[in-house]
Design a protein around this ligand. Structure first.
Ligand SMILES: Cc1ncc(COP(=O)(O)O)c(C=O)c1O
Length: 395
């Protein structure tokens, strides 16, 4: 079955009792049993729910594996993996540019419980090998990363991780299963903020963990029920609905990102454009090898002041100023003041996160409107400079 067909058909037959083309939301907490302990696969909705089961079947099919557990958020999904695999004294290796929430849960929740977090520059040759020890249980990466969209060689990282007897977790939120299949590259576990491209409409918070091997999956599946951070049936249904247009949406995001990156690249007010699809991007060759598309995210550094950045991001016609990504409506974000504000300025500088960096989540609007909106914003800055007047205030 082709990818787009899976998003519509995998685990989604018409509802058998009525023939309803779209199955209803099984909005129930419990199930009538035929005799004590005799049920039809469902006994309590924290443990299992038909709407959730449908969603887990589709997500597993999209990542090309058999096992998926969904959670009430991406971070709840991350927590289940970390609780399953990190005991006191165990080590986890993460790159410098890991999602802030992952950094926070590791340093504020798991480190105090005795886990050892090693944060390394994955781009430095040999750094990963040097950080691995017999105590390493997990290596955790994203590719492309947030917000500079760095790309890491997943197959090479998987080989080094396995040689040390550890498991590789890949956060595939930015790439999406349409453009990157981490299990084919050697990942043991894949985690998603379903909130983003998979649900796709900025109306759901949800997460998922996927695994190829049952033995690797079981501890996570156990925690889904035992700690109970499960998504509601309604949210699962919303994601199922969103998934039916997943391929169309994500293709459109990627086309828009490509148009925007090329329009910004070389603009006199733009210092650097971060987009793995540009030949000038340091991870371009690896991205071509391990991805089938370059995704829908673009970041760029403005050649200007923080005031100009604030004015630019606050006054766009189509890019709403907001955190998150992957929805049909375009979003713009100023990482230094928003998603990455909790990182001290000197740390941000070490990570290469300039205060004039702007991150775009391209939406499914028409690319001409999105590009025009951005170029208009740059023209306003140019005019203000020419007239020696202040840029329009942030709203
Ligand atoms: C790459 C990545 N992973 C995980 C998460 C956490 O997901 P959630 O917000 O659904 O808890 C996010 C959220 O922004 C993210 O960007």
């Amino acid at each position: 079955m082709e990818f787009a067909t899976k998003t519509i058909h995998a685990g989604q037959p018409s509802e058998p009792e009525t023939g309803a083309l779209i199955a209803p939301i099984f909005q129930t907490s419990t199930y009538e049993q035929e005799a004590p302990g005799v049920n039809r696969g469902f006994d309590y909705s924290r443990t299992n729910n038909p709407t959730r089961a449908r969603l887990e079947t589709v997500l597993a099919a999209l990542e090309g594996v058999d096992y998926c557990a969904t959670f009430g958020s991406g971070l709840a999904a991350e927590n289940a993996i970390l609780q399953a695999y990190l005991k006191p004294g165990d080590e986890i290796v993460i790159p410098l540019d890991v999602y802030g929430g992952t950094y926070r849960i590791l340093n504020k929740v798991f480190q105090p419980l005795g886990a050892i977090v090693k944060q390394i520059d994955l781009g430095t040759p040999g750094a990963l090998e040097a950080s691995l020890s017999p105590k390493t249980k997990l290596v955790w990466i994203e590719s492309p990363t947030n917000p500079r969209l760095l790309v890491y060689d997943i197959a090479a990282i998987a080989a080094a991780t396995h040689a040390a007897g550890a498991l590789l977790v890949v956060d595939n939120t930015f790439a999406t299963p349409l453009f990157q299949q981490p299990f084919e590259l050697g990942a043991d576990l894949v985690v998603h903020s379903v909130t983003k491209y998979l649900a796709g409409h900025s109306d759901v918070i949800q997460g998922a963990v996927l695994a190829r091997e049952q033995a690797v999956f079981e501890p996570v599946k156990f925690l889904q029920n035992a700690t109970g951070a499960v998504p509601s049936a309604f949210d699962c249904w919303l994601t199922l609905r969103g998934l039916q247009t997943f391929e169309l949406r994500v293709q459109r995001h990627a086309e828009n990102a490509d148009a925007i990156a090329n329009a910004l690249n070389g603009h006199p007010l733009v210092k650097t454009v971060y987009f793995p699809g540009l030949a000038s991007h340091p991870g371009h060759e690896i991205a071509r090898r391990q991805m089938t598309g370059f995704g829908g995210m673009v970041s760029f550094e403005l050649k200007g002041t923080v005031d100009e950045v604030v004015s630019f991001v606050s006054n766009r016609r189509y890019f709403a100023l907001g955190e998150s990504l992957g929805g049909v409506k375009a979003l713009i974000c100023h990482p230094a003041r928003m998603t990455h504000a909790s990182i001290p300025a000197d740390e941000r500088a070490k990570l290469g996160l300039s205060d004039t960096l702007i991150r775009l989540s391209t939406g499914c609007e028409h690319r001409r409107d999105l590009v025009a909106d951005l170029l208009e914003g740059l023209a306003v800055i140019e005019q203000a400079r020419a007239l020696n007047v202040a840029v329009p205030a942030g709203v």
